[in-house]
Write a protein that binds this ligand. Structure first.
Ligand code: SF4
Length: 254
């Protein structure tokens, strides 16, 4: 963190977000002493906030090191956004890896037009796992927040016929790697507010699907429902910790 960066970080909002980030990390045992964490940075408000918050003096979280990793999807062939993000990483003395790929275009090619998000996330994630392995990282931090967790539950129910969502701390490859989501307690609205406050160089998402995805549909649906019931997102989030298996249909045998 640069001295300039340190100076500007002391607002009420910063302290609030950091408090809840630390609480989530502790509640779900996300970070242990000596962890090396790959932080996925797309260049959107959420991932820049995650990077910024994890790069802060922590009260309760043990010491860890991190590397910022950006997988450029190849939507912006002029690579202007790539340069902006690289300038930000360098300006803050971050250790980083940026990789130019053609994943975005591949996911939208004629053979895969129906479901670009599936292939896109799959290829991007595969590359992130490979980089984590090569860089000796035992954790991967993603910037999914509370609203993402709620929306994913509904997406999986509406389109995937299952009741599930993204986990705050998920062990993969037999425990060799963990995916952690330190923003799990934070609302998207506050993260966006923070990214304005900190004037992050938020990159425009050039993906042609970004405004028509299932996630956007669910987001709008929830916004509509919220007009009648302000608690709707909160209720859905809390319902995930109050599951009554006895009052669901019996599991089908596989
Ligand atoms: S919205 Fe675009 S960038 Fe995001 S997962 Fe879907 S295809 Fe990929």
């Amino acid at each position: 963190m640069t001295d300039e960066n340190k100076k500007n970080k002391n607002t009420k909002l910063f302290l609030h977000l950091k408090k809840w980030l630390e609480k989530a990390v502790l509640d779900y045992g996300m970070i242990e002493e000596g962890d090396r964490i790959l932080i996925g940075v797309s260049g959107g408000a959420d991932s820049l906030a995650l990077l910024d918050l994890l790069d802060s003096p922590m009260l309760f979280i043990p010491k860890f090191s991190f590397i910022a990793v950006n997988i450029d999807m190849g939507f912006d062939q002029t690579y202007k956004t790539y340069e902006i993000l690289e300038g930000y990483f360098q300006g803050n003395n971050y250790t980083y890896i940026m990789e130019k790929t053609d994943i975005g275009n591949l996911a939208h090619s004629d053979i895969n037009k129906k479901n670009p998000c599936f292939l896109c996330s799959r290829l991007r994630r595969k590359r992130i796992f490979e980089i984590a392995d090569a860089e000796g990282c035992n954790k991967i931090a993603f910037a999914h927040h509370r609203d993402d967790i709620i929306e994913t539950l509904l997406i999986n129910m509406f389109y995937g016929r299952e009741i599930s969502t993204m986990m705050p701390n998920q062990s993969i490859f037999g425990g060799k790697l963990h995916i952690i989501r330190p923003l799990v307690y934070l609302q998207e609205e506050l993260i966006k507010k923070y990214s304005k406050e900190r004037q992050f160089p938020i990159l425009k998402n050039e993906c042609p699907t970004s405004n028509t995805s299932k996630r956007i549909y669910i987001k709008k649906l929830l916004d509509g429902l919220e007009k009648d019931n302000k608690e709707i997102r909160d209720n859905i989030y809390k319902a995930m910790s109050h599951v009554k298996p006895d009052y669901l249909l019996p599991q089908k045998k596989k």
